[in-house]
Design a protein around this ligand. Structure first.
Ligand code: BT5
Length: 244
């Protein structure tokens, strides 16, 4: 995949900008990065705070896979980016299924995977990555789903945004090559970074809540949770809280 980067100043959301480019035929590997997003978004239309100093980017992919497999790309991106940050800055970030990048119990970043598909064919995927790099999270509102942190706060130094973007994209491009045939490799690296396996969790879904022990992820990236009655739940989406 050849990476080609478009750098923008303030946008509503890099996701929207990238979608527009994808609709116009932009090739896989097209990246949109913005200094500031004034309507950055998370999953389910939630707000994503995107002030100056953070790394906010979207990558266009055109995977030759059925739509059901695209959820695996969220896990892939979380692995690629978490490994990049850990290697580049020396922090020990981990992954909270499905899309949160945490340091300890604070959120450093997140992944948002959006897809356009017709029938059983993926047209394009826009993979959005948000990372609090040189961001003061004490300025964030207090009603976040979980406390936030930034690389600057964790390491007490400013990181170079271009360098972080570069290592993230190199890892993403390398790992995307494994997506078709060697997804097991991604999954074992995901497991090594996972903050949820072996933990008591609750996953909230619209109108439903599943509690139990998270014990594995399957080949599609779904979380396997065993409840108190010993039943296994295959969880494809939801908001996860770690209880203990
Ligand atoms: C995510 O959603 O974690 C996905 C975030 C993806 C953001 C990137 S930035 C580039 C691209 N363009 C976009 O517009 N989006 C993508 P979710 O799991 O739904 O988490 C959202 C929740 O995280 C919010 O409801 C807040 O509680 C919290 N939050 C918002 N901004 C945050 C921030 N900068 N750092 C930490 N937590 C934040």
């Amino acid at each position: 995949m050849k990476i080609s980067i478009t750098k923008l100043d303030t946008v509503s959301s890099t996701q929207d900008h990238a979608k527009h480019l994808a609709e116009g035929g932009a090739t896989e590997g097209t990246v949109v990065v913005a200094r500031v997003q004034d309507h950055g978004r998370g999953r389910l239309g939630r707000r994503w705070l995107s002030p100056e100093g953070g790394l906010w980017f979207s990558l266009i992919l055109r995977p030759a896979c059925p739509p059901a497999r695209v959820a695996g790309l969220t896990l892939l991106a979380a692995v690629s980016v978490t490994e990049a940050i850990n290697a580049e800055t020396g922090v020990k970030a981990g992954i909270k299924w499905p899309n949160d990048i945490l340091i300890g119990d604070k959120k450093l970043g997140g992944v948002l995977t959006e897809m356009t598909a017709t029938m059983n064919v993926v047209d394009y995927v826009v993979m959005g990555i948000g990372l609090n790099v040189n961001v003061a999270t004490d300025k964030f509102p207090h009603d976040l789903l979980m406390p936030a942190t930034s690389l600057q706060e964790e390491t007490s130094r400013e990181a170079n945004l271009d360098e972080i973007l570069d290592v993230c994209l190199k890892n993403l491009a390398r790992d995307y090559e494994l997506f078709g045939g060697h997804f097991n490799d991604i999954m074992s690296r995901w497991k090594a970074l996972s903050l949820v396996l072996g933990r008591q969790v609750t996953v909230s879904q619209p109108g439903k809540c599943i509690s139990g022990t998270a014990f594995d992820v399957d080949g599609d990236g779904a979380l396997l949770v065993s409840d108190d009655q010993g039943a296994t739940h295959v969880v494809h989406a939801g908001d996860l809280s770690i209880l203990r």
